[in-house]
Design a protein around this ligand. Sequence first.
Ligand SMILES: [Zn+2]
Length: 425
Amino acid sequence: MQLQVKTILNAIQHFPGFVYQEVRLRCRRGHPRCIEIRLEPHQGVRAKCSECRQPAPGYDRLPERSWLFVPLWGIVTRFFYAPRRVECPTHGIVVEHIPWSQGKRPVSVAMMCFLSQWARRLSWRETARAFGTSWECVYRSVEWFVSWGLAHRKLEQVHAIGVDEIHWGKSHRADHFLTVIYQIDSHCRRLLWVGKRRTQATLRRGLTTLGAEVVQGLRFVCSDMWRPYLNVIAAQAGQALQVLDRFHITMHLNQALDQVRRAESGRLRAAASVQAARLKDMRWKLLRRGSRVRGKARAQLGTLLRSKLATARAWMLKETFQHFWHYRSLTWAGYFLDYWTERALRSRLEPMKRVARMLRTHQELLLNWFRAKGEISSGVVEGLNNKIRVVTRRSYGFRTYEAMEIALYHTLGRLPEPKLTHRFC
Ligand SMILES: [Zn+2]
């Protein structure tokens, strides 16, 4: 038997009630430009109403439309079909149900899924280039794919969530912050919601989207010390244990240390001190966890720490705080916190004192980390936070907030996907 394109099409995408009529190759100056696939209604099968999917009597036929299909051998491939209109007893005169089509979109469902799946492995721009289409087309396809996934996802067994703020773009306007909610249960880690800004209203909007059932079923809520979030969480998910996680506290300590280093470095350079050289290129060596600094960097760090510099004292404070997370007893962890904040407050390092005051204000929430021990791993919060940053940075090319929001759900939402009879990639 000779293999025809129609045979392949019937094998991978057979639409009951429709037949592949003809397949044509269009050439320009001897080069293949486009494969045109014409479909026709199956004789004797009545068209279905697009609203209720019930067979209905025919009314008339609309002009031919085209849909972009998955490219064959790298050649742009299109479906051509003239949709029928039906007279549905309930819905009146409407266009028929077309299984490969979604509303007025000029791209077939199979192609939208195909592009979306590639858009997870490549950037949107690369996806468009690889399959001979536009960035806009990839964007619209992923948009549809994500909205399908969001409409079909199940929000069951959500017990632990993390709430985070992410900065994106270049300016520091309020619009350039995002609030993200992710699920951090050990059985499922995913992005649940993302919204613009980081106000109480933003988080309230997010929790409303998740629904009262999810919010009332929460047992742990992890977040940073951002007041608007703490307020909303306390008011709406009062039954859940509110936890300040290790990742965020470490971030605050690192920021404080970096402020001390920058200020001191500036002072020393202004005074043309020989000590200035000690602080040069030390940023990452200082911010890393001490046990992870090795080799030559270790020796440089050692020299810096033996000096009487403020940066050295700030580093010691940052590093000592790591002990806090290893306590088993809540009481001893509490004692350690008192001891550490006491030392930080007497350190004469303003950024460190600020962190100490913040930790004292939120002592109870901080100690909740021990009450939730074993249930929440700080690695998860950090991991999701990092992944989100990867997407938001790549999204500089996206320019619009909407596109980035879609990209976030697409890569981190673990959304269900529409089922096709054939996997195209
Ligand atoms: Zn109907």
